[in-house]
Design a protein around this ligand. Sequence first.
Ligand SMILES: [Zn+2]
Length: 308
Amino acid sequence: MSNRLGAIQGEAKSLVSGQWGDRLSFINAVLLERLGMKQWMSKEESNFLRIVPPLTPDAYFGFKVHVHFNLGVGKDAFLCPRMMKKERCPACERQDELKKAGADEDVVKSLSCWPPRYLFFVIDKKNKETEAEGVQLYNAPNSINAEIIGLSKNKRTGELIDISDPEHGKLLVFDRKGKTSTNTRYSAFELQDDGPLDPALMEVPDFEELLIMPDLALMRHALGQTTEPAATDKPESERVPADQTRTRTRETTATPETVKAPDAEKKVDPPAAPKTETAQAPAAGRPSIDEIRAKAKARLAAAQAPKV
Ligand SMILES: [Zn+2]
């Protein structure tokens, strides 16, 4: 296939999967790439995921993020400083103002960073080829997390299950129907048994390392605010600070999964991390969490080092 045909096919694929390139994202795609990690997207079929636990033993295995999507002409995505760091957020403040002024409900809603999304480290266990992709980052809608929480409790005994447990974890299985921003639905969630995780696949970075905290001037610019002349007087091509330019890439800021599933508003708090006997005492022959963490740190440091 010629390069152009390949490019066209790529473009067609990106449209089908709901991605449009050249938007700012809240995920550090460059670092992700250097770590050899792809972003996972659910497919319109049955999906089989093994969730890889983060290396912080008492943290929930999904990482909650609040994102303002589709801001400005660039339709960029920004993490919400208010929800993520309890700092001032231009988008939330604008939303507050508009709400107070009785603005159109859709306009107010378009500035919302609710519902949250959840990041997971996953292995796609659909088949050998997908499994060979290794650990990927799944930027999932709130509804997926709600289903996981539902499945994490034994309905009869009330006992919590840690589906991300390295040795006794489960496969998360679900179907997706629909591709567009309005018709995507997830269904038929279930857990299936799976074997122990390969310790080499557990060398994941902290989620925070993969996130980009927003440049507030850029965020204000996207909101059409002109209080920051430095950010607005420049032409479009020059207004992106260097550290964010690198991350302009095909990102999943507007995947069909950004659309709320019917139950997406359900407020679900992650369960406390289940205490399992295996968490601190790995089976014979398996490296300890501390050993895995040391390797993960070395990998991250190598990925963050400037390329010469
Ligand atoms: Zn906000």
